[in-house]
Write a protein that binds this ligand. Structure first.
Ligand code: ADP
Ligand code: MG
Length: 396
């Protein structure tokens, strides 16, 4: 992959940069600017090289037309604050505002285009429609840098098609992601332990299947526990259960046994009658969930068990909180897993948007982790061994 250095002298050049600035908003207030901060190093390296930087990004899921609540205007403001320099905001993507803003950039200046997904071409499945939008975007720049790891698994105009139209390079953020995640996919140091949590087993079937060939041990937490317990014939009460996945999970359990891969399920659980802050949680054995309660976190013995496995590992990947960590009464398991990662000597990777959010919310020292991925779906697909279009296009 070409890096920014390979693009040559960038002074005065217009450089389009795809970033992942898809931050959570409460109205127009940014509630977590982690993704904006993560984008700063690449933007700064371009401005200090004298480039005229044009940042492209999306926010939320507008349906191919402008929608005020998905405007990137608040992000332009925050980006400017963090850079300590104004960011010129174009109120459209490739229209007259974008043209004017780009024409007005001086060397080292930064502009942000409005939400790319206000244009239907961005996410179109039709190569022609996507290509037409990519032509218009490419006309705004002289070179392209791919730095939005959260979108590299998408074949979208600003991720894939623009890269085909301009001299292109990988940004530092995407490069760091690829290098870190490769440590888990290419000859990981063993034991290689993976903690899988989150809400749905169906989201993570691909990764489970792939990891059975790669990992030494899978620790299962979160909402997917109950489909595993059901597959073993246990009662799960009112816990999250994907009945249509039970047979698939049974097959995984058998495959794991044949291959000598350890699948570790919680032995005790925190259960309650509802997901509410004033619930009265109780701890039960994992094979004895009362019929009227639901499992919402792993219990204290399971935390200890998971911790032992994590401390024995040389490579650890964690994807998905092991409980409903958003409520303090169900956050203990997720905290324990995160703390074990911090305490372990293993190279640790945190993938998944909610897992990374949990690390921040629970106030853990982010320096205690080997790598915190900025891309949920993208990091999962990478770990699944899939080809990511936004990476492949830079290699081609
Ligand atoms: P990530 O974004 O890290 O990949 P997911 O999006 O798959 O994670 O899942 C995160 C969600 O899973 C969290 O909102 C959490 O509350 C929920 N969750 C975890 N454990 C349970 C459980 N036992 N029952 C229901 N939801 C759960
Ligand atoms: Mg998530």
């Amino acid at each position: 992959m070409k890096t920014i250095k390979d693009l040559g002298d960038l002074r005065g050049k217009r450089v389009l940069v795809r970033c992942d600035l898809n931050v959570p908003l409460d109205g127009t207030v940014i509630t977590d600017d982690g993704r904006i901060r993560a984008s700063l190093p690449t933007i700064k390296s371009l401005t200090s090289a004298g480039a005229r930087v044009i940042v492209m990004a999306h926010l939320g899921r507008p349906k191919g037309a402008p929608e005020e609540r998905f405007s990137l205007a608040p992000v332009a403001q925050r980006l400017g604050d963090l850079l300590g320099a104004p960011v010129a905001f174009a109120v459209d993507t490739v229209g007259s505002s974008a043209q004017t803003v780009v024409a007005g950039l001086g060397d080292g200046d930064v502009a942000l285009l409005e939400n790319l997904r206000f244009n239907p071409g961005e996410t179109s499945k039709d190569d022609g429609a996507r290509g037409a939008f990519a032509d218009e975007l490419a006309a705004l720049g002289d070179a392209y840098v791919s730095d939005g790891f959260g979108v590299v698994h998408r074949k979208q105009a600003s991720v894939y098609d623009v890269a085909k139209r301009l001299p292109s390079a990988v940004g530092g953020l995407v490069l760091t992601e690829v290098e870190a995640l490769s440590r888990a996919t290419d000859n990981p140091e063993r034991p290689y332990v993976v903690i899988l949590g989150g809400s749905k087993v169906s989201d993570k079937l691909g990764v489970i299947s792939h990891l059975l060939d790669k990992a030494d041990c899978l620790l299962i937490g979160g909402g997917m526990v109950y489909t595993f317990l059901a597959a073993q014939g246990h009662e799960v009460g009112r816990s999250l259960l994907e009945a249509d996945q039970i047979n698939q999970v049974k097959e995984y359990l058998e495959r794991a046994a044949t291959m000598g891969v350890e699948i570790v399920l919680p032995i005790d659980l925190v259960v309650a009658d509802d997901i509410k802050p004033d619930a009265s949680p109780v701890i039960v054995r994992a094979n004895a969930i009362p019929h009227d309660l639901m499992g919402l976190d792993i219990g204290p013995e399971s935390r200890e068990l998971f911790r032992e496995k994590i401390l024995a590992a040389k490579t650890v990947v964690w994807n998905g909180p092991v409980g409903v960590f958003e409520l303090p009464i169900f956050a203990g398991g997720t905290r324990a897993v995160a703390q074990a990662l911090v305490d372990s000597d293993a190279f640790s990777i945190v993938g998944g948007g909610d897992s990374a959010a949990a690390v921040r919310l629970l106030g853990l020292d982010i320096n205690g982790f080997g790598h915190i991925s900025t891309g949920g779906g993208a990091s999962l697909e990478f770990l699944e061994g899939k080809t990511l279009p936004g990476i492949a296009v830079l290699e081609g």
